[in-house]
Design a protein around this ligand. Structure first.
Ligand code: NAD
Length: 476
């Protein structure tokens, strides 16, 4: 099987072997071992920290034009190399090839956006109280960043953090997903080929808690950025707080979907089904809890189940596949637990509900009806292809239920009423509210959550905020 060579990337060098510990990388569609990923040892982490510190001293003074040129080159490489990288990402992560390719092409846009935006990191002049005084606000790169990215969008999650750090003039040490490492290594190779000075970007692998502990405690690191689960995000934010480091946290969600009685039911069902099985539901902004108005409930459920029934499950390398496997063996029993809990609480399984009897980590597209609000499916993030549906009859009540969880990442509303749309936009406690379509995660729009779903935004004109510090200069 043609799969990418696996390595660490430190101070401009790809490193493997030399007696380092390693772990196997597995194809989730077959269970087959694809390669051996070397873990960084203490000396590697120390080298990455020192390299990043040294590189930052030069990179912080680089021209935004030079940073933009590198980011634009990375965008071009991403488009050129998309087919090969997508194939490796399907092999180690499981998503269908077409989804992997789309992820890459959208990432090329992210790199281009950061190339444009990094030239517009402006300070300001504040009018002074005396004519001989000049008061200036400068925005400077924060320093060396430690970043931790997950396995669900291996390329996208990493490139957003790397582009923001590099574009702002920071150096970065990134620990990518050990289960699906090929995409992050492809990014490292592109920045290398684009001429990024050694040490500005470093990629390490290992036991996540050991690496984050070492990097966050190091006085060299000034900023921590993490995408992953709320539980881990809280631990890392607490450690970063204890060492007074800035954080960006992109954490889990539990996105409510409200389908009002005046919605275009067929359209809502079609769009929601397609988005629900995207990346086998392993998406932090996946539509998660469905609240459907009593008057259209049965029509919606029928249309939604019919759409979900059409989904073709299989190996992502097969061009007919709509939905691939879950990314890990551990996610399959997690799905079964959600379904069993819902059943025990009186819910009805309307479609699927079981693992597929074949090699790999497959679970059926699943729809569960009449799910009570206290079921695990309605309170914990399933992160899989399961759609739980509940009824509502009162607008105030559904907004209250939508806001009842500690999460606040994304929310979806389907309605033809301007008043209802406006009210939802105003009342929903979420970082991103999508009305009648799915429009989040573009490079030019901010992506981030409120409440337990995180701190800060990636993308949009906010994208560099987390990577800059403010310096005030007054001069006479
Ligand atoms: P997990 O909490 O074990 O891991 C999530 C991610 O965090 C992984 O990439 C992991 O390598 C990393 N991680 C874990 N402990 C860490 C530590 N101490 N320091 C640094 N990184 C650490 O969960 P999982 O089983 O891999 O995934 C399941 C859950 O994770 C999902 O239910 C979902 O809530 C969450 N998740 C969220 C996103 C997202 O995009 N927000 C992505 C992946 C996973």
């Amino acid at each position: 099987m043609n799969y990418t060579p696996l390595a660490l990337y430190i101070d401009g060098e790809l490193l493997a072997g030399d007696g380092r510990r390693h772990q196997d990388v597995v194809n989730p569609a077959t269970g087959e071992i694809l390669g051996r990923l070397p873990h960084a040892d203490a000396a590697d982490l120390d080298r990455a920290l020192r390299a990043a510190q040294r590189a930052f001293e030069g990179w912080r003074l680089s021209s935004p034009m030079d940073r933009a040129a590198i980011l634009r080159q990375v965008a071009a490489f991403t488009r050129e190399r998309a087919d090969a990288i997508a194939r490796h990402m399907t092999l180690d992560q499981g998503k269908p090839l077409a989804e992997a390719r789309n992820e890459l092409l959208s990432c090329a846009d992210h790199a281009d956006w950061h190339a444009e935006e990094c030239r517009r990191i402006y300070g300001r002049v504040i009018p002074a109280r005396k004519p001989e005084i000049r008061q200036m606000v400068l925005r400077e790169p924060v320093g060396v960043c430690a970043a931790f990215t997950p396995w669900n969008f291996p390329y996208n999650q990493a490139i957003r953090k790397i582009c923001a750090a590099v574009g702002a003039g920071c150096a970065i040490i990134l620990k990518g997903p050990e289960d699906a490492p090929s995409a992050v290594l492809a990014i490292a190779r592109m920045f290398h080929d684009a001429g990024l000075p050694p040490g500005v970007l470093n990629v390490v692998w290992g036991v996540p808690s050991e690496i984050s502990d070492t990097l966050i405690r190091s006085p060299i690191v000034r900023k921590v950025s993490f995408t992953g689960s709320v539980a881990v995000g809280k631990q890392l934010a607490a450690l970063a707080g204890a060492h007074m480091k800035r954080v960006t946290m992109e954490l889990g969600g539990h996105s409510p979907v409200i389908v009002h009685e005046d919605a275009d039911v067929a359209r809502a069902a079609r769009h929601l089904a397609r988005f629900k099985v995207h990346n086998a539901g392993q998406v932090c902004i996946s539509p998660t809890r469905f609240y459907v108005h009593d008057r259209i409930h049965d029509a919606f459920v029928e249309a939604f189940v019919a759409e979900m029934r059409k989904v073709r499950v299989g190996d992502g390398l097969d061009e007919h596949t709509d939905m691939g496997p879950l990314a890990h063996a551990r996610r399959v029993p997690a799905m079964t637990r959600f379904v069993e809990d819902a059943r025990a609480r009186g819910a009805r399984v309307l479609l699927g509900g079981n693992p597929l009897d074949r090699p790999g980590f497959f679970f059926e597209p699943t729809v569960v009806g009449d799910v009570p609000d206290d079921a695990l499916l309605m309170t914990e993030e399933p992160f899989g292809p399961i759609a739980p549906i509940a009824r509502f009859s009162d607008e105030d009540d559904v907004l209250r239920r939508a806001n009842a969880l500690p999460y606040g990442l994304s929310a979806y509303v389907f309605t033809c009423s301007l008043r209802r749309a406006h009210r939802a936009a105003q009342e929903l406690q979420a970082g991103m509210v999508n009305i009648n379509h799915f429009g989040s995660a573009l490079p030019e729009t901010p992506f981030g959550g409120v409440k337990d779903s995180g701190i800060g935004s990636e993308g949009g004109s906010e994208t560099f905020d987390g990577y800059l510090v403010t310096k005030f200069v007054t001069q006479i």
